[in-house]
Design a protein around this ligand. Sequence first.
Ligand code: DHE
Length: 514
Amino acid sequence: MKALLSSLLLALAPLIAAAADPAALYQQQCLSCHGAQRMGAMAPALLPQSLERLKPDEVLRTIRDGRAATQMAGFAGKLADADIRELAAWLATPPATPPVWREADTAASRIQYLDPAKLPLRPTFAASIDPRNLFVVVEAGDHHVTVLDGDRFQPVTRFQSRFALHGGPKFSPDGRFVYFASRDGWVTQYDLYTLQPVAEIRVGLNTRNVAVSGDGRWVLAGNTLPETLVLLDANGLKPVKTFAVTDRGGKPSRVSAVYDAAPRHSFIVALKDAAELWEISYDPKAAAIYPGYVHDYQMGEGLAVPGYLNPRVTPLEMVLDDFFFDDRYRHVMAASRDGHAQVINLDSRSKVAELPLDGMPHLGSGITFVQDGHHYMATPNLKGGRVTVIDMDRWQVAANIATPGPGFFLRSHENTPYAWVDAMMSPRRDTLSIIDKRSFKVVRELTLRPGKTNAHVEFTRDGRYALVSIMETPGELVVVDAANFREVAALPMMKPIGKYNVFNKVTRSGGTSH
Ligand code: DHE
């Protein structure tokens, strides 16, 4: 009997060893969905860069219990607890062979659903729906997008998105197409007239966001893995050029975000690892406007691309990676992660002011407004319960407005005297503060759903209603009268993380992000 047992153990030994080895476990259990080298396939990538936003506990819990409303089933019962722990720890380590994503991979990933040349000229939905007052709502709870009629507050359609969209979806100048970026590198062009995707392409393994050029011709995507920028044709997402992002010393840098500076006819790029700001003009006259524009950087293996699409580099004193622009895009307010903020003039390419913004201002979510002839911008702070108002004519702080806790998103509209900010990074995450833009005072605290995250506001095109996310799974989208702060409607949604009004976006309302 003893001999039988030991020979059985001997026979099983390789299997037991294989099961305890997380790399082998990955091959057996995860690869078919999460892809070779953990680069993602029908399920998301499982590289450390893809998982860095999750707490180690969350990774463990997802492997053990699965993820609701997805095809990720739990492995509890199927794998031993110790194996699940090993696997979770292993996923946080970089792969032995660094994953590679080349231009050829980008090109090969492109999927075309519709022929852009054959799209109807008008919306195919009811003529009573205003295509410019549609909202695009990103529901992070189950990775869906709802297109909402902004007059009747009724969904027009709801569709599955790529996993973990991040950053605001961006619109073509006429508001017809919307472009989404997922953290896993997928860019989607979606047609709001036919309510169908036009094309998709994977531009990298870890992407920050996309920007659409003011002339509607180009989409620029910024990646952290690999460290690249990818320029796409906005009409069908054909790849045009990949820029390897390296500093002047040749060291690669992750991209923090890309922005469209429409009045300058250029994209502006914020970098995470280089004390540089990049500007890529899409204006054919750029070389004449900016002497020396086309510099030595000849990057990427792209197709024949006009020289004006090459980056112009502005050296900075330090890494500044969160940006906000004045209305004419002559200046950028730029913050570092450690509480420094500067104003850079994009024409003279020099620092013109320092801003005393401590904590971690979230400039990307700022707003602008004009009051008594002065131009102001206001920003929430991820590490302090306050909204800072900056006088953009003098580059001075005009006010620090105390709120119940650090907030993520600030919003307003030209037709309302109020700005709305959340406190979602704090225990008071259920409370919105409503600030009077005339007095710089909080005039009202609003808790629509006690104990739940009340955050991210966007106004209807006329500014009459504010749409607030109850960021829970399941959550809600609550419509509030922007004048008397009374709730007028509520729609069930799965963790609506952000919502974007076509009109406010394409007209570049000062109250919303661009
Ligand atoms: Fe975001 C926009 C950076 C974490 C939801 N976020 C942006 C933008 C940047 C940015 C640079 C502007 C780009 C754009 O809109 O095109 N975000 C960062 C970070 O560095 C940070 C702190 C850490 C990270 O891992 O990236 C971060 N962001 C988050 C979240 O945890 C949020 C709340 C949930 C999520 O989905 O990841 C989140 N970020 C958002 C949203 C926007 C956004 C909803 C679009 C804001 C808008 O209204 O325009």
